[in-house]
Write a new protein. Structure first.
Length: 335
C-alpha cells in the first residue's frame, strides 16, 4: 500500500475521531455558564461554583451563599436536555443584584449527568456502591461550619464580592450550618434558615414518628440514639453515621446558636413539616429571651420542601419555593 495512501487514511481517521472525541468529553461548569473556583482548606481542595449574570461576572455585587442539604449531590446536575437549576427558585431577575455561590460536597463530583446518579440524584462510588470515603469522613456539622467560614473569608478577598453584604441560606440539614455560622458570623451580614431542626435531628426524627403514630419507629430511634451516644465518632459510611447524627444532635442546637446570635435571621418553615412544632417552640423561646433579630414566617399547609397537599398527599405540582424566596429576598432588602 503506498505511503501516501496510508497518510491520507490516517488523516481521515483523525478527522472522524475529532468530532466523536469532542462529543465524548465530559461537561464542565463553564459549559452551563458557571464559574468554577477552588481554594485549599486544611488538606482539601474546596470547589466553589458561582453563577452570575452574563457579562457581569466581575462586577462587584452582594453574594448569596446556598448551603446544601443532606444528600451527597453534585452542585451541577444535567441530563440530555441540559442543566438543572442551581437553586430551587427563579434566579433570572435576581442575577442583576447578586452573585450566587454554592460549595461542593467533599468527595462528590462538582458536575455529573443524572445517569451517574441514583434516582434521588445522590452520587455513590461506582466501585463500592456507597458514598465516597472522602465524603463520609467530612460529612458532619463541625467540618461544614469551619470549611464554609473559610470560604466566606476567601470570598471577601475577591474583587467582585461586596464584602459587607453576604447572605447564607441553608435548607434542611444545611440550616444547621447557617445557624452555627450566625453564632460566629465573621463577614456574614444575615442568614436565611429554612425547614430546620431547632432542637436537633433526633428529636425531629422522633417527632415525625409520633405524628405518624409509629411507636415502633420511635422506639427503634431511641435504640439507635443509645448506640450513637455510646460511639459518637463511629463512621461506617452507611446512611446517617453516628458521627453525623451526633454532630446534628448535640446540646448546641440551632436554638442555642440563635440565642447567641445578633445578626438578622429569617426563619421559614411549613406548618406541616415534621419540625413545625419545634420551630414554634423556638419562636416562643426567642420571644422569652427578647431576641428581636429573628423574623419568623410560617407557611400554612406546606411540608418540608414547601410543597402543598392534595387529598392528604404531597402534591409536587404545588411548588411554593418562589413564594418563599420572594419573602426572604424582600426581607433581605430591609435587613
Amino acid at each position: 500500500m503506498p505511503a501516501s495512501f496510508l497518510r491520507l487514511f490516517s488523516l481521515l481517521l483523525l478527522l472522524l475521531a475529532g468530532p466523536l472525541a469532542a462529543r465524548a468529553q465530559p461537561k464542565t461548569p463553564a459549559d452551563f455558564g458557571y464559574r468554577h473556583l477552588t481554594m485549599r482548606y486544611q488538606r482539601d481542595t474546596v470547589n466553589i461554583i458561582v453563577l452570575s449574570k452574563k457579562g457581569e461576572e466581575l462586577k462587584r455585587k452582594p453574594v448569596f451563599l446556598f448551603v446544601q442539604g443532606s444528600t451527597p449531590q453534585p452542585v451541577i446536575m444535567y441530563d440530555d436536555k441540559g442543566a438543572f437549576p442551581m437553586l430551587p427558585f427563579e434566579l433570572d431577575t435576581l442575577l442583576a443584584r447578586y452573585h450566587f455561590v454554592e460549595i461542593s460536597k467533599p468527595g462528590i463530583p462538582v458536575i455529573a449527568h443524572t445517569k451517574a446518579l441514583t434516582p434521588n440524584y445522590a452520587y455513590l462510588d461506582p466501585k463500592t456502591g456507597q458514598a465516597p470515603l472522602a465524603y463520609c469522613q467530612r460529612n458532619y456539622l463541625e467540618y461544614y461550619v469551619a470549611r464554609d467560614a473559610a470560604v466566606l473569608r476567601y470570598l471577601t478577598r475577591q474583587p467582585w464580592v461586596q464584602a459587607d453584604d453576604i447572605t447564607a441560606m441553608g435548607h434542611s440539614e444545611g440550616s444547621n450550618v447557617v445557624a452555627r455560622l450566625a453564632r460566629h458570623p465573621g463577614p456574614l451580614r444575615r442568614v436565611v434558615y429554612l425547614s430546620g431542626s431547632p432542637l436537633g435531628r433526633m428529636l425531629t426524627v422522633i417527632s415525625g414518628n409520633r405524628q405518624d403514630a409509629d411507636s415502633v419507629g420511635a422506639e427503634n430511634n431511641f435504640t439507635f440514639w443509645q448506640q450513637v451516644v455510646a460511639s459518637p465518632k463511629e463512621n461506617n459510611c452507611l446512611g446517617d453515621t453516628h458521627l453525623l447524627v451526633s454532630s446534628l444532635s448535640s446540646p448546641q442546637t440551632p436554638l442555642n446558636d440563635f440565642l447567641h446570635s445578633n445578626i438578622p435571621v429569617f426563619v421559614g418553615y411549613g406548618t406541616r413539616d415534621r419540625s413545625a412544632l419545634l420551630e414554634d417552640y423556638m419562636r416562643l423561646e426567642m420571644i422569652r429571651a427578647g431576641k428581636t433579630n429573628l423574623t419568623f414566617r410560617a407557611y400554612p399547609g406546606l411540608e418540608h420542601n414547601f410543597f402543598g397537599f392534595t387529598n392528604g398527599e404531597i402534591d409536587h405540582k404545588k411548588w411554593n419555593w418562589d413564594r418563599v424566596a420572594r419573602d426572604f429576598f424582600a426581607w433581605m432588602q430591609t435587613h
